[in-house]
Design a protein around this ligand. Structure first.
Ligand code: SF4
Length: 288
């Protein structure tokens, strides 16, 4: 079931329970938040809100947020974008590479790994394997050893060797610079393709949605909360593309990732030091 929003200005605990019951198909305890702050409601008590609010349900929490028009959200997103790009003017891709092929390899290796670990591994890998042919004819067992430290090394080996072969056979030995062609390569989904297009070709075809961007988009209310734990990155990408002007997609992606690393940490967001705090509803962030 997808995200669902209700509009109302008066709720009581029974309604909230009913809401979650309808939502999950099973009764569960509900955490209630008003504007991101946990709120206690005793049985029989109700809360009256001044205006209409958006009700978002996710992971056992019902949150009430001020209603925001699409135009107002776009304005807020633009202001967040300006604030983050000003705060992180040096934001850029952290992966090391010297060609579009190396960028593709590093991006495939970065899944479920850190950029620091990938850069450590590719420092040796890129010296050992120099041409596409080197990768296409690599011994899979040896290659698995070479990239072992980045995790998921069997699948990544299949993807990288398979992508090298496909590029040699189908694309004349050049990494393709179009989304639909990149998506034909083994192990390449939209996120990887967006990284290669943005950082390699300077083409903003979509929005990179990694773990930082997914978390920040949710906290900033740029995309609705999702009911399931498995985050729908396609939905987040679409929401960001709707809200943020295309010319900023690549740089805003870098700025969001840097902001996630420096300020808006997964466990300890530094909201008091955040340059866009006044524009952020801090969805799901527990007050200290
Ligand atoms: S105000 Fe807090 S939650 Fe919002 S972006 Fe800044 S650090 Fe993250």
């Amino acid at each position: 079931m997808g995200q669902r929003c209700l509009w109302a200005n008066r709720f009581n605990p029974a309604q909230v329970d009913q809401l979650l019951l309808n939502w999950n198909g099973a009764g569960k305890r509900v955490n209630l938040e008003l504007f991101g702050k946990p709120t206690e409601l005793k049985p029989g008590e109700s809360v009256t809100l001044e205006h209409s609010y958006e009700v978002q349900v996710g992971e056992g929490t019902v949150g009430f947020w001020p209603r925001e028009s699409k135009a107002a959200k776009k304005e807020r997103a633009k202001a967040i974008c300006a604030g983050l790009m000003k705060a992180h003017p040096d934001a850029t891709i952290a992966l090391h590479f010297s060609s579009n092929w190396e960028l593709l390899v590093a991006t495939i290796l970065s899944a479920q790994s850190t950029d620091v670990k990938v850069n450590e591994v590719t420092a040796d890998l890129f010296s050992k394997y120099r041409t596409l042919q080197d990768y296409a004819s690599a011994d899979p067992t040896e290659f698995e050893e070479d990239i072992h430290a980045t995790g998921f090394f069997r699948n990544k080996t299949k993807s990288i060797i398979g992508a090298a072969k496909a590029i040699l056979e189908q694309f004349g030995g050049e990494v393709p610079g179009a989304m639909e062609e990149l998506l034909q390569l083994p192990g390449v989904a939209r996120k990887t393709a967006n990284v290669v297009l943005g950082a390699g070709f300077g083409i903003a075809e979509g929005f990179v949605v990694d773990t930082h961007i997914a978390r920040l988009s949710l906290r900033m209310g740029l995309t609705p909360r999702q009911k399931t734990k498995a985050i729908n990155t396609d939905k987040i990408e679409k929401d960001l593309m709707d809200l943020i002007p295309q010319e900023h997609w690549t740089q805003m992606g870098h700025a969001l990732i840097w902001h996630g690393r420096r300020i808006c940490d997964a466990k300890k967001p530094l909201c008091a030091e955040c340059p866009v705090a006044e524009l952020c509803p801090k969805v799901g962030v527990k007050p200290k």
